[in-house]
Design a protein around this ligand. Structure first.
Ligand code: NAD
Length: 344
């Protein structure tokens, strides 16, 4: 089997080569992202493998079908970059629903601790032998309330980590997890209650029409002054301009972003020699209380291994048995009343 692999980075290749070789799959690694300008590179391949910032819209789907390619193997969990409604009946979309929830949840906590204990500032200072502590005062996480939006795999690991710090948890999910609410330290509440009472808000839900701009001017208005916003999920869950205004007005105490709504042309690439055209991102990055990482929460050795192993299993399963447990719902693609990519 020959698979066209888009948006390749050097760290993808060793594990995909190893698992592919074991199963007789040859990957052709293209550095370019998949979009309507590059889709024709897939001509002659049996399937396409794509990542978070590849664009799989109607035009790309039509081209793939015209080239007789019926399988798209996403090597990620989220699928907001695929037009699933249009894909219905045309192309099968496989994904890696879980590869390491620990990788993402631990990165979220790493960002939070870095931000509120000013580690990013202290690191730079001490490299310059500046051992002054002025301006580095943080706050204890113990006893604080964290609002967790989305209590799936990653959200629940993040809750466990927060509980280890002695934090209280207010949770919100469209489909609450059974047995998680203990009526005391972990409680499911409505979004407005979560906004009003959380010191820190962490996003762990998928990006859908419903969750688009969950954090915006209106929701920020309902939050506590000094709230810390943590987004390791998908950029467009947060209205970046509203967040910037919240930072400027001091309503938002800090923001930690591993994702950004306009990240697709910027993240994963070295833009250090270029003029930054995105004024909102440039202004956010200039703030002392904003930390941005470049969609790296998934990037652990364990996650890379699991991503390659599951993607290869998905392809082999689909081509040999004609079905794959990790195929996304063919009907609504998780956009409606759909849990784990399967309609009820
Ligand atoms: P998951 O499917 O296990 O959990 C998502 C949860 O969100 C589910 O419990 C679901 O019921 C809930 N949800 C769905 N719609 C909702 C809504 N309208 N409001 C509130 N909650 C809603 O997924 P996961 O593995 O925990 O991943 C969560 C998200 O993390 C993914 O969607 C992806 O966007 C993001 N992610 C980011 C990275 C990264 O590197 N930064 C890596 C992996 C995943």
């Amino acid at each position: 089997m020959k698979v066209a692999f888009f948006d390749t980075k050097p760290y993808d290749i060793p594990s995909f080569d190893r698992y592919g070789k074991e199963q007789g799959i040859t990957f052709k690694y293209f550095e370019t992202k998949l979009n309507e300008d590059t889709v024709d590179l897939a001509n002659g391949y049996d399937a396409v493998c794509a990542f978070v910032n590849d664009t799989v819209d109607a035009t790309v789907i039509d081209r793939l079908v015209a080239m007789n390619i019926r399988v798209l193997a996403l090597r990620c969990a989220g699928f907001n970059n695929v037009d699933m409604k249009y894909a219905y009946g045309k192309i099968h979309v496989l994904r890696v629903p879980a590869y390491s929830p620990y990788a993402v949840a631990e990165h979220a906590m790493a960002l939070l601790l870095t931000s509120i204990r000013r580690i990013h500032k202290a690191y730079i200072r001490s490299r310059d032998f500046n051992f002054s502590l002025s301006g580095l005062t943080g706050f204890d996480l113990y006893g604080k309330t964290v609002g967790v939006i989305g209590t799936g795999r990653i959200g629940r690991v993040f809750i466990d980590i927060c509980r280890g710090f002695g934090m209280k948890v207010l949770a919100y999910d469209k489909f609450p997890a059974k047995g998680l609410d203990n009526g005391d330290t972990i409680k499911y509440v409505e979004l407005d209650e979560l906004f009003a009472n959380s010191d820190i808000i962490s996003l762990h839900c998928p990006l859908t029409d419903e969750t688009y701009h969950t954090i915006d001017e209106v929701s920020l208005d309902k939050c506590k002054k000094g709230v810390v916003i943590l987004n390791t999920s998908r950029g467009a869950l947060v209205d970046a301009s509203a967040l910037l205004e919240g930072i400027k007005s001091r309503k938002v105490g800090a923001a930690c972003l591993d994702v950004y709504e306009e990240e697709s042309d910027l993240f994963f690439e070295d833009n250090s020699g270029h003029i930054m055209e995105d004024d909102v991102l440039a202004r956010l990055i200039s703030m002392p209380n904003v930390i941005v990482t470049s969609h790296q929460a998934f990037l652990t050795e364990e996650a890379l291994e699991n991503i390659a192993e599951t993607t290869v299993e998905n392809l082999v399963g689909f081509f040999e048995k004609g079905q794959c447990p990790n195929e996304l719902c063919y009907r609504c693609g998780g956009t409606e009343d759909c849990k784990d990519g399967k309609c009820f």
